[in-house]
Design a protein around this ligand. Sequence first.
Ligand code: UD1
Ligand code: PEP
Length: 448
Amino acid sequence: MLNEATRKLGNPTITEPYLQIEGGVPLRGEVSLPGAKNSALPAIVAACLSDEEVTLLNVPLDLNDVKQLIQLLRTAGAQVRIEGDSLICRGDGWKGGTLDAQLAGKIRHSLLLIGASANWRAPLFLPLPGGCNIGNRKHDLHLLGLQKLGYEMQESDLGLHLMESGPDRESVIEFHYPTFGGTLNVLFASIRSESVVLLKNAAKNPEILDVIELLSGMGADIAWTDESTIRIRGVSKLHAAQHTVMSDRIIAATVISAVGVTKGEVIIRNSTTHILESEVKVWREAGLHIEELDNAIAVKWTGTLQGVDVVTEAYPGFHTDIQPLHTVLMTTAAGSATLKETILDGRFEYCNELNKMGANIRVVDGGFRCVNGAEGQIADIRGVESLYGTDVVATDIRGGAAVAVAALGAEGTTRITNLYQLERGYGNIVELFNSLGARMKRVEPAKH
Ligand SMILES: CC(=O)N[C@H]1[C@@H](OP(=O)(O)OP(=O)(O)OC[C@H]2O[C@@H](n3ccc(=O)[nH]c3=O)[C@H](O)[C@@H]2O)O[C@H](CO)[C@@H](O)[C@@H]1O
Ligand SMILES: C=C(OP(=O)(O)O)C(=O)O
């Protein structure tokens, strides 16, 4: 076996921080979830739409993406400060301008500063946004939305330019796909307009509903007129509010996957299966016992898991961010499973890393188009007896989580590098899993 050979030679030296995981311990106990990254990031921008103080609780302040976003908002003129566990934001002083390319280029949700700047009627140049490198992450629907609202926008190879705002328009905007970030940008840009905006085929992820709850608490007039249409009636002012960010359902899914892989039994507090319905359905079919408790999920491994095929879709379908965590579960399931990724065309990089650990995954062109128009891929996973530890890379946030989960169930020691990516979305992964009995540590090699 490959890791046998490595063992004989001794481990190569790693010069950057890495996670070291000794696998094979069934996870047991209870955990509480932190605030959700993908709700907190837009909530922080939303909180900067008012000139009064908006207090956010349960923000995962330890995440790299949260730290980057706070810095970026400050450069745009917003006032954001941390007081104990709270994040206090106010947007007066917003000046827009040209944003720092390094900061904007590290996170995907720098894109939301366009909607925020439109709210403040301040021109903005946003250098190209970053985020996970998981395919062609387009902006055309953001531009379409803003242009329909009357804003002049230009796109170049360097970034996106929000020019002077045009007249407020009564608008009907329809997305061909319910883009998460695009929905938020339209909300932010239209909340203080002087007219009524209808957004059809809007994203309705729980994280979007959480941000709408915050905005409504700030005085915005937002309503769903049917299952997928949002009506925004402009208001003249947004006011002070306090909001608790929802807990992270993707971390809940990460723990569920880890319980399956390690053959454990865990209760996940502050969580519910109601916002993970597609995923829980699949995992029950695979053989995991998952039960809804009072504001908690109980998950238990009860025997060999079966292969179950998955197709990712917009919410309430199976979440693309959770697909790597399903792949890991399937690596040691009985039989085989396919995973068809329809949202992002480059989201299987992490499969190479799982294969280094002994998984048998083949990624093939799927003969279909993803929602962004690019050729889509399918992962064909053949279950193997067990995985083994070796040196792997966190390719992106969820790819990093996938190899960490795989390592928890693997024989031997895994070392994961490129931690910056993982820590964009998981601030406390060591504490989280060690509280359930895992043997994980973050190693900072000494600098010479
Ligand atoms: C910080 C955050 O919350 N990020 C999430 C958000 O990203 P993000 O907001 O980038 O996701 P979108 O829903 O906008 O994008 C999904 C797909 O739509 C395409 N598209 C998007 C906008 C556009 O104008 N044109 C277009 O074609 C993208 O290229 C991609 O293929 O939702 C993704 C899909 O659930 C998740 O993976 C990310 O974790
Ligand atoms: C893809 C993700 O994040 P981002 O959009 O910030 O890159 C994610 O959270 O899995």
